[in-house]
Ligand binder design. Sequence first.
Ligand SMILES: [Zn+2]
Length: 110
Amino acid sequence: MLATALTLLRPVRARHLLEPALADRKVDTEAVRATLRDHYSHPDGFCRHVRADDPAEVCSVYSIVMDLDARELAIAPHPACEFPYTTWRLDDLFARQDDAPRWVKEMPHV
Ligand SMILES: [Zn+2]
């Protein structure tokens, strides 16, 4: 990904969007997903669409949210503002596979 001046603004924008949830100490995956669907500073927001006037410009490919407490991985295809996230339990993805790395099999289950 290209680093631009907007790269410096994105963390500030994310904190602004998450501020109500942060104040309540209730940042959940839905709040993070809503942040990643944000179009502020379009076309350079978090959710970056393909631009018809500049198809070579950077755009979002997937939106990925991982909840390490719940051990879940959620992915939405591009553009994330138009598609739901599909969620997988990490334990289901890795821990039961015979070829999973040993460290994955030995991870404590929550
Ligand atoms: Zn979008």
